[in-house]
Write a protein that binds this ligand. Structure first.
Ligand code: 0L1
Ligand code: MG
Length: 263
């Protein structure tokens, strides 16, 4: 690590304050160009610690930048990982208040719920599928705290991979009932289809993203508890939304889930 503890705490407070105040900032590597990967995840950990200390519960994890469409959109080449807090959750068909956010975008994802602990190292698609209770459609709302979504991978990891809200629902399905590589998804905004894809867009199989997440956590001495929600990553490019928009994600064989954006 290249940053001292005081700097990690300062940067975590800065990024979390930006989230809580719905205020943007420039990417933190401008000021701290020597920040390394461990520093980036240490800042994310400190943000998580602050939320838990304030009473939030961690309900799961996310993999981000797992499709080539997303990597190309953001100009990066590696996935990244973050956590999901309880207050990120929007009820199915519910409202997401744009006044609490900076510049939200939505991503169509396959959401996984674990029935047993998921633990690395050596986790692979088979381990993941054996530990999953069910999968269902999920829309992640991302809201980078960085101005105009301009960041590098270390800055975005520190910023908990732009996580801010999500909705899951539709028809939960056992993993044995569906081929997650060929499952088709359609994202609609205000009733119009705006993005299409198939599960294989996420690292060939969405469970491969979960395996990467589990091995990443194992390297840091962590595991995913039973009953956790995991978002496996956007299947298509992210789509910008504003107050007045509604979005709906239809996933083949898994029904649909949606949310409304209000002022
Ligand atoms: O969940 C994601 O794929 C987003 C990761 C962070 C990058 C972004 O803000 O687009
Ligand atoms: Mg995502």
């Amino acid at each position: 690590m290249n940053l001292d503890r005081a700097t990690i705490i300062h940067l975590a407070a800065h990024l979390e304050d930006c989230e809580r105040d719905a205020r943007d900032t420039t990417k933190i590597t401008n000021e701290y160009p020597d920040m390394d990967w461990d520093d980036a995840y240490a800042i994310q950990d400190e943000i998580r610690r602050r939320k838990v200390a304030r009473g939030a519960r961690i309900v799961g994890f996310k993999a981000g930048l797992t499709s080539h469409a997303k990597m190309k959109q953001m100009g990066v080449e590696t996935p990244c990982f973050g956590f999901l807090a309880d207050y990120f959750s929007v009820p199915e068909g519910g409202e997401c208040r744009v006044s609490e956010l900076i510049h939200p975008k939505v991503e169509p994802e396959i959401a996984f719920v674990t029935k047993t602990v998921l633990k690395g190292p050596g986790c692979h698609i088979g381990t993941v599928l054996a530990a999953i209770d069910f999968v269902m459609p999920g829309i992640e709302v991302i809201d980078s705290r960085y101005r105009d979504f301009k960041f590098d991978l270390k800055s975005v990891i520190a910023d908990n991979t732009s996580a801010v809200r999500f909705v899951v629902g539709g028809r939960p399905v056992a993993v044995a009932e569906v081929d997650l590589r060929t499952v088709g998804v359609v994202l609609e905004k205000n009733g119009e289809p705006v993005a299409f894809g198939a599960g294989a867009a996420v690292l060939g199989h969405p469970a491969a993203a979960i395996a990467m997440l589990v091995n990443h956590l194992a390297a840091r001495g962590e595991e995913i508890p039973a009953g956790s929600l995991i978002l496996s990553g956007g299947i298509t490019e992210a789509v910008a939304v504003k107050a007045g928009d509604s979005v709906c994600l239809r996933v083949q064989g898994m029904g649909s889930v949606g949310m409304r954006f209000t002022a």
